[in-house]
Design a protein around this ligand. Structure first.
Ligand SMILES: C[S@@+](CC[C@H](N)C(=O)[O-])C[C@H]1O[C@@H](n2cnc3c(N)ncnc32)[C@H](O)[C@@H]1O
Length: 428
């Protein structure tokens, strides 16, 4: 059989280059034809290495800086960063890591001459780099995001959030049946909000109950939106539903769910998720801005398209790809979607609004503007009082504001904003 074009380390370098130089998301780069055809174990390890390097760029640079006397070319710097991260974040065996880095350097004409340098620098880092690594600050958010997050929550919180980003995210499972029984079966912990949490890096495919559809992967924070819909057996519209985490929760809670999304490709994943879990929903491929339902719903859950800045623990590539300019367009779309959602619900029915964003412009400010713009909506503060939610998550003017530095002792939580609204009038 022919040797794959990349081993895991070479793949990691290519993925990092795609993110940092070409501003492409890792998920997109992993879909390139020559990458997609690689053996799954190479892809998984290459992706993991790339993620770890992107999480630790500034620490890696700080650890190697004392040993770099003159500028090194970008490809050599990339090999060094990978080596340093393997040594100091992943506790790789020095001999193997240094040899592999030298091998990567040799592989291309443009870098081959630097093999001695790479060897020398990584040896020094493996012996003496730990202190500089530990002292360096965690990878900073890009300026545009840091400024907004610091402005909203304070600079100390922004630093704590950066530390949480660096630590990565545990694996949270939403459970169809008995959470305690699943936690025991998989060796996890039941969180106060009901999800089952496993350590970061746990392999999903190896866990019991996957094929039986007993659970699905969903950050604990993201589960709170569907939980705000009271009762059971309601006609619920999941607006912007794919790939279906909240659709499955709503269906598992006994609601009659319509799952709408613009993306046919993402809805394929939703359908597969429903099939695996044996849950049902009516699936609609439409644009939420133009679609008209036959009859209003008892409740609407709007998980609006957003900057996804709440998910940097999982997606350290995102800040290198997303630009500040995109935010204005997104906030306009979110407001339009909230207007539509308000029109899709019966009098007395709930509208739950959420975004996996750290930016108040997409969360708190959307709630305040909607209350001002849409007199038919009022706050449904009672619905936001969910079991297991600490008091500090309640935002002063309504809604829940989750930050990655919350629940630090449990492994953190994604950045998220969710608020419950109700259409005035009698349910009838
Ligand atoms: C945050 S994701 C939804 C995640 C989903 N609720 C879940 O829990 O798995 C936002 C979704 O909005 C969809 N979307 C974006 N613009 C849309 C539009 N105009 N109409 C309907 N869906 C749209 C995207 O395709 C994407 O799937």
């Amino acid at each position: 059989m022919a040797q794959p074009a990349y081993d895991a380390r070479a793949l990691a370098l290519r993925l990092i280059d795609c993110v940092l130089r070409h501003q492409r998301m890792l998920s997109e780069a992993l879909g390139d034809e020559d990458v997609e055809s690689l053996p799954p174990e190479i892809k998984a390890r290459g992706q993991r290495l790339a993620v770890e390097v992107l999480r630790h760029l500034s620490r890696a640079d700080a650890a190697m800086k004392p040993y770099i006397q003159q500028p090194v070319s970008p490809p050599v710097k990339a090999i060094l960063r990978l080596g340093v991260v393997e040594l100091l974040a992943l506790d790789g065996a020095p001999h193997g890591v240094v040899n592999a880095a030298v091998g990567l350097t040799r592989r291309h004409q443009g870098t081959a001459r630097a093999k001695g340098l790479v060897n020398a620098i990584l040896r020094r880092v493996s012996e003496d780099g730990r202190e500089a690594w530990d002292k360096a600050p965690a990878q900073r958010m890009p300026k545009w995001l840091r400024g907004r997050v610091g402005g909203a929550f304070g600079n100390a919180a922004a630093s704590a959030i950066e530390l949480a980003h660096e630590r990565g995210a545990p694996l949270d499972l939403s459970v169809k049946g008995d959470a305690a029984a699943l936690a025991e079966a998989v060796g996890g912990e039941v969180l106060p909000t009901g999800s089952v949490r496993l350590a970061a890096g746990t392999r999903v495919s190896g866990l019991p109950g996957y094929d039986a559809g007993d659970w699905w992967v969903q950050d604990a924070g993201a589960t709170l939106a569907a939980k705000m819909i009271g009762g059971t057996g309601l006609r619920v519209l999941d607006l912007c539903a794919a790939p279906g985490g909240k659709t499955m929760q709503l269906a598992a809670a006994g609601h009659e769910v319509t799952a709408l999304d613009l993306s046919g490709r993402r809805l394929e994943r939703l359908r597969a998720n429903l099939e695996r879990t044996g849950l049902t929903a009516q699936v609609v491929t439409e644009d939420a801005l133009h679609w008209e339902p036959e009859a209003p719903f008892d409740a609407v859950l709007l998980d609006a398209p957003c900057s996804a800045t709440g998910t940097l623990r999982r997606h350290p590539d995102l800040p290198h790809v997303r630009e500040a300019d995109a935010i204005k367009e997104l906030t306009q779309l979110q407001a339009q979607m909230l207007d539509r959602a308000a029109g899709f619900v019966k009098p007395g029915g709930q509208v739950i609004y959420c975004v996996c964003s750290l930016l108040p412009a997409e969360g708190e400010a959307q709630l305040a503007a909607a209350l001002e713009r849409l007199p038919e909506l009022e706050r449904d503060a009672g619905a936001e009082d969910l079991p297991g939610v600490p008091a500090e998550w309640h935002a002063p003017d309504g809604g829940l504001r989750l930050r990655p530095d919350f629940w630090a002792e449990r492994g953190g939580i994604d950045g998220f904003f969710v608020a419950a609204l109700r259409r005035r009038g009698d349910a009838g």
